[in-house]
Design a protein around this ligand. Structure first.
Ligand SMILES: NC(=O)c1ccc[n+]([C@@H]2O[C@H](COP(=O)([O-])OP(=O)(O)OC[C@H]3O[C@@H](n4cnc5c(N)ncnc54)[C@H](OP(=O)(O)O)[C@@H]3O)[C@@H](O)[C@H]2O)c1
Length: 307
């Protein structure tokens, strides 16, 4: 396989072309997986880029992740679109939701990310934690990011958005990028992804393999799921009898290709610290969306369970 055989899509209304499989660097934080050493991070991150992945997402909130990404990849900075977050507390006490959207904290977070990521610009800075319009407007958070954009430190501004705040975030009309959770087992934002993309923003999908929970090796371990859906994913999977639709694929291949089937997805940032899993995900991404009849049948079955 050459390193340019991964499908790409236009990244929102920007001039960028993004690979449909991106890399989620939260997996480098031991709270969301195992402890990862810098040499292991070097291997998995460089493997991702060598295979053609051109999008990396991280956050100041993911322990050593930003520093590891900076150490591993800064030497090939022009080869990837780099996304991080802001609102994460830097030298201030977090609010009840764990974030602070004051201009001072936003600027401090971006300056810290630039140092940690060993770069002089970040392609996308996203407000973390799906803040409401009121929280964003209270202290002038968007204007603070705009100022960093004018200074050339940030190229595009985005938000990590979920219900209930996502519709009003889209309606604000200021974001270039929305990061939204979605998979076969978590479909509540399916129509909002379409709405965000049709409003001209890029869509970055997270949770696209439901944290690996359906995989045979993980055995439905959802203890580390950051967002546990109302319906236990195993209950949903089994009630919809999705194993019947695999046609020789692993559950992880099916999951990832289901996510990639969303027509308004630009990239999905799957996290992994395991090079074997990364290779499996690359193979699935090269196959692209599920066949339309399989996708339709999976959705029909899932809809019948969820109602
Ligand atoms: N609020 C926010 O903005 C927010 C919240 C959560 C996540 N994120 C971003 O989105 C990214 C992805 O989110 P996520 O980590 O929650 O969800 P995810 O990508 O669905 O799941 C990642 C997990 O799946 C496992 N996995 C990946 N490929 C696998 C495979 N082929 N077989 C078995 N297991 C596999 C990984 O474990 P192994 O390491 O064992 O492969 C990892 O623990 C994060 O890295 C982060 O960048 C943002």
């Amino acid at each position: 396989m050459t390193n340019n055989d991964l499908p790409r899509r236009r990244f929102g209304d920007t001039e960028l072309q993004v690979t449909t499989l991106g890399y989620g660097a939260m997996s480098l934080d031991s709270r969301f997986g195992r402890t990862v050493s810098q040499p292991e991070a070097d291997e998995v991150l460089n493997l991702a880029l060598d295979a053609g992945i051109n999008f990396v997402d991280t956050s100041p909130d993911y322990g050593p992740s930003e520093e590891m990404v900076g150490r591993a990849l800064a030497y090939r900075r022009s080869q990837y679109i780099l996304a991080t977050k802001c609102g994460c507390p830097v030298d201030v006490e977090p609010d009840q939701q764990g974030h602070v959207f004051t201009p001072r904290n936003i600027t401090a977070a971006v300056e810290q990310s630039l140092r940690r990521l060993r770069t002089d610009y970040i392609d996308i800075v996203q407000f973390h934690g799906s803040p409401s319009r009121t929280a964003l407007e209270e202290h002038g958070a968007i204007e603070a990011l705009r100022a960093l954009q004018r200074a050339g430190k940030v190229r595009f501004i985005g938000i990590s958005g979920t219900l209930p705040n996502l519709p009003e975030q889209i309606d604000l009309g200021v974001f270039d990028v929305f990061q939204i959770p979605y998979s076969a087992l978590q479909r509540e934002h399916e129509a909002l992804i379409t709405r965000a993309r049709q409003a001209g923003a890029a869509t970055v999908i997270r949770g696209g393999v439901a944290r690996g929970a359906p995989s045979e090796e993980k055995g439905w371990d959802i203890r580390r799921l950051p967002e546990v859906p109302e319906e236990h994913p195993r209950t949903l999977w089994e009630a919809a009898a999705l194993d019947d639709l695999l046609d020789g694929a692993t559950r992880m291949e099916f999951m990832l290709r289901f996510t990639l089937s969303h027509p308004e997805l630009d990239t999905t940032i799957v996290g992994t610290a395991n090079p074997i899993h990364l290779r499996e995900n690359l193979d699935a991404a090269r196959k692209g969306p599920l066949p339309p009849d399989v996708l339709a049948e999976a959705k029909r079955r899932l809809d019948a369970v969820v109602g």
